[in-house]
Structure formats: C-alpha cells, structure tokens
Write a protein that binds this ligand. Structure first.
Ligand code: SAH
Length: 504
C-alpha cells in the first residue's frame, strides 16, 4: 500500500489553497463542503470561484503566502496552473511544516485526494496512488451505479440508534450480528423506500428482542469455506459473503495471503497451517478450536485451500461439529486440479483424449501410497495427483514398474493460478528429473495422460490470435530439453488466452 487511507476532520480548521485555477476552485469547494475555513492565495480567481466567494468560511488573499503565514494552516493545496510556481510554493510550504498537496504532481504530495462516491455520511474513497486516475474514475462510476443514493439516509437513520443498541446489547459480537441483520433485512428496506416511521417502530421491537435473546443464545456458527487454489478472483460470491461475516478466521498454509486479506478487517486471524512433517496444530486440536470458538458465540470461518471436501479433511472437522451440535455451512471452492488445468491450458477431459478423470493423493495418512497405476492410467483417463511432489520420483518409477508406457505425457503445475505459476511438461520417464532441475517448491499437482499434449496446441491457437498473445518464457531444461519444458507464465495473459480458446 503506497498511502494510508484516512478521513480527516477539517471542520473549522484553516486550509490554504494557493492558485486561482479551476483545479483550485474544485479543491476549495470540496473543503468548504467538509466544513473547513478556506483561504485562497491568488492574484486572480477563475470564474469557477464565483459561487464560493460568498461562503462565510471563504477568504481571498491577493498576496503571495509567506512561509510563516502557512505555518498556521492545517493543510495546503497548490494548483496555480504553472509548474514552476507550483514548485516554488511547494518549497515555501514544506519549509513551514504544513502537509502539502500539489495538483498533478504525486511526487510533490504528502497526501493525495481520492475520487469519492459521496453518500454522506457514507463516503467511499478510491485512490490508485496516482498510477491511473482514469482507472480510479472508472471504478468510481461503477460504485456510483452500485450504491443506492438512499444509503446516506440509511446511515443517518441507524446512526440515531447506535447508543440505544449499545445499551441493550453489551457484547460487541452480538451488536455486530444485530446490525448485520438489520441492514440486510426489512428495516433497511423500509428506510430505503422512504418509510422511516415504520422502520423506526420495527427497529425498536428488534432491539428489545435482541437484548432478550443475547442473554440466552450464545452458540455461534462455523463456515467451512474453500478459498480456491490461489488467485483471489477464483473465490465464490458466497465465500466472500461469509468472509465478511466472520468474527474469527482459521486459515491454512495453502490459503493465499491475498485471500485471507479479504476477510472482515477486524476479524481475528489464527494460522493453523500444516506443512508436511511440521504440524503447527494437529487436526484434532483444530477441530476442538473450531468447537470452542463457536461455543463462545463466534462466527468462525474455517478457510481452506481449494475445496474443503477434496483432500481437505473438511469431513473430519464437520464430524466434530456434529458431535457438539454446532451449526455449520460448507461452501465449495475451486479445487487445485480445476484451477491448474484452466491456467495451464491442460483440459482434464477431452473427447479425443480422456473421458474420465481421477484425483488421487500421492501421500496417504501413513506416508507414500501404493496404487494400481496400470488400472488408473488406462487409456482415456486422466490422473491428477495431489501432494505428490516429494514422492514424484518414486511415483513415476512405480507407474513404469507396473508396465505403464514411459512415454505417457505428464505435467507438474507448481503454484497454479498464482502469479508465480510454473509448468513443467514431460513424460513419465522424464518428469521427475525435469521437476528437480526446475527446483519447484510447491504446492504442485501432477497431471498424467495424453491431455497434456493439448497444452502445445492451445498455446499455438492462442499465439495465432492477435487479441490473445501469450507471452511466456519457454526454456528447455538440461539435456532432456526436447522432451520437456518449463514455462513461467504471465497469469493475466494466460487467463485472457484461456478464456478465449478453451471449451471444456
Ligand atoms: N483442498 C485442496 C487440496 C488440499 S491438499 C484442493 O481442493 O485443492 C494440498 C495439495 O493440493 C497440495 O499438496 C497440492 O498438491 C495441491 N494444491 C493446492 N493448491 C495448489 C496450487 N495453487 N497449485 C498446485 N497445487 C496445489
């Protein structure tokens, strides 16, 4: 984050605006709306100022401001319309110690002015840190359309009841749940429809009811949510909604930090991640923690990588919740196989290659697993191996020892769907060595089957299209380059290419 987003109270504070340009007028107007006392220093004022001059909190000085004068101001805006004069006044203002904003000069700004969506008292501020004001404006336009104008009225309405709810519900969680219910229910609808009297009566009844309930009802709820394989765009709407409701978040090592960041800002976060042979919290303790937190009345978000019911041990956690009568919801996520498949250009099924697909784990409860690879890798079936990187060599050897064709195509996808996704393609015979040379760190999945060869075709289709140019570095690895490849992919570009070229 380049800037700290804060909302300043400028009511009755003195703010200097240097310059009489249109840009200065816009700043002065905004400052007056926020209740500041504004002094504009300019020999001449643009006619945009004409409406502002009559304002009681507006003052015009024709003199240039002196350094000592600026010292008494809370903030200083500079927009003279002349870059040299802007720089000169910037130097003067900085010496006075005041915080400065120079129009169109992010390099000279102590703070930037965001685009705003004004539904006072609700104000949404958008900043791109000066990187792309146009993108900021586009976002503003979307939010303008998304947030009903009446939200300002709704905020004022509930603001009047805050103290009363505080008295009736002493517990902070109970208060928050109450407000979420109100803002999502008929009371809010009535206010938005302009029927504040009826809303007031209904809200009064709800406050009394909630105060009585909070003394008896203390059980929370658990949300078992799949966070997908990494790219935050792959979260479901439902996952995002539950993440906004949770009081506490328990998350795994595989959940991308960008996804954990999307949980409610002041939710407590507990890392319960597991690494192979390094169990931060044993499964049993995680399940017990879920129960305990829910019994304290909390809404507990158990955030898991991929899908909670695919090698996610979600079932074990739910059994424990059932034992203790804790209410829960399960929200599916995109499993690693699906994410990696789409982002690497390797479909898991294809009419000409595979009519079925199985997911297996390379690592069982008690270590490496034994499988009938010959049966699994029969023609027409794709096999996806989760948790197989550490055993990759042995897995490939086992397949070949059981008589599977050593030239069967295979791929490893490391950190699938993330910005650092890497894909190694080869055959059963070459894959382990190629992956070793590529020094993959995981998490990775292995895809085995003739669908792997489609990756090159999809690459080719994408490159043929002007609108979907795939720019990825392709480098042969070691001596076996002809049989294998390592690609580091620009995920954004791939996503664009895949969405245009792949039909499953
Ligand atoms: N529930 C998860 C799987 C958990 S098991 C899901 O549905 O995806 C953990 C294994 O998932 C890892 O060892 C790895 O094999 C796979 N995995 C998870 N995220 C991945 C990613 N971004 N890229 C590749 N493999 C991933």
């Amino acid at each position: 984050m380049d800037h700290l987003p804060i909302f300043l109270d400028v009511k009755d504070k003195w703010v200097a605006v240097i310059g009489g340009s249109i840009a200065s007028a816009r700043k002065a107007e905004m400052l007056l709306r926020a209740g500041a006392q504004v002094t504009v220093f300019a020999a001449q004022l643009d006619e945009e100022f004409s409406d502002l001059c009559a304002h009681a909190a507006f003052e015009h000085s024709r003199k240039e401001p002196l350094q000592r004068e600026l010292r008494s101001f809370f903030l200083c805006f500079i927009a003279t319309g002349d870059s040299q004069r802007d720089e000169h006044f910037h130097a003067v203002a900085k010496q006075s110690g005041v915080l400065v904003n120079v129009a169109d000069r992010p390099d000279l700004c102590d703070f930037v002015m965001p685009s705003i969506v004004d539904r006072s008292p609700v104000v949404v501020a958008i900043s791109t840190g000066g990187a792309s004001p146009i993108l900021g404006r586009m976002l503003k336009a979307r939010l303008e359309a998304l947030i009903p104008a009446a939200y300002g009225r709704l905020a004022k309405f509930v603001g009047q009841f805050r103290a009363r709810v505080g008295e009736g519900l002493s517990d902070a969680n109970a208060r928050r749940h109450f407000w979420e219910r109100v803002l999502d229910g008929p009371v809010a609808e009535m206010v938005l429809a302009g029927n504040e009297q009826a809303a007031e009566a209904m809200l009064a009844g709800e406050i009394d009811r909630a105060a009585q309930e909070s003394e008896t009802d203390t059980t929370g709820e658990v949300y078992l949510v799949g966070g997908g394989p990494g790219d935050p765009d792959l979260l479901t709407f439902r996952a995002l909604r539950l993440m906004q409701k949770a009081d506490v978040v328990l998350y795994d090592r595989l959940v991308d930090p960008a996804i954990v960041d999307l949980a409610r800002r002041d939710a407590e976060r507990i890392y319960v991640g597991k690494r192979r042979n390094d169990h931060t919290l044993p499964q049993e303790e995680i399940s017990e923690l879920l129960v305990r937190l829910a019994q304290e009345g909390k809404r507990v978000l158990r955030l898991k990588g991929g899908d909670p019911f695919i090698f996610g041990r979600g079932g074990e956690e739910i059994e424990k919740l059932l034992e203790h009568n804790i209410p829960f919801q399960v929200c599916p996520g995109i499993t690693a196989a699906a994410g990696c498949s789409a982002y690497s250009g390797i479909p898991l099924t294809h009419r000409d290659h595979a009519q079925s697909c199985v997911f297996v784990t390379g690592h069982g409860k008690d270590g490496p697993i034994d499988r009938d690879w010959n049966a699994l890798l029969r023609p027409g079936q794709t096999v996806v191996i989760y948790m197989g990187l550490a055993q990759l060599d042995r897995l490939m050897q086992d397949c070949m020892a059981q008589g599977v064709d050593p030239e069967l195509p295979a791929a490893v996808i490391d950190n699938g769907t993330r910005a650092n996704q890497r894909v190694v393609t080869g055959t059963l015979r070459t894959l382990a060595a190629l992956a070793r040379e590529a020094n993959l760190r995981g998490p990775t999945i292995i895809i085995i089957g003739s669908v792997v060869t489609l990756r090159d075709r999809l690459n080719w289709y994408a490159a043929e299209r002007d609108e979907a140019i795939v720019t990825h570095e392709s480098s042969s690895i070691g001596d076996s380059g002809e049989m294998g490849r390592l690609d580091t992919i620009d995920t954004e570009v791939w996503r664009a290419a895949c969405s245009q070229t792949m039909t499953f």
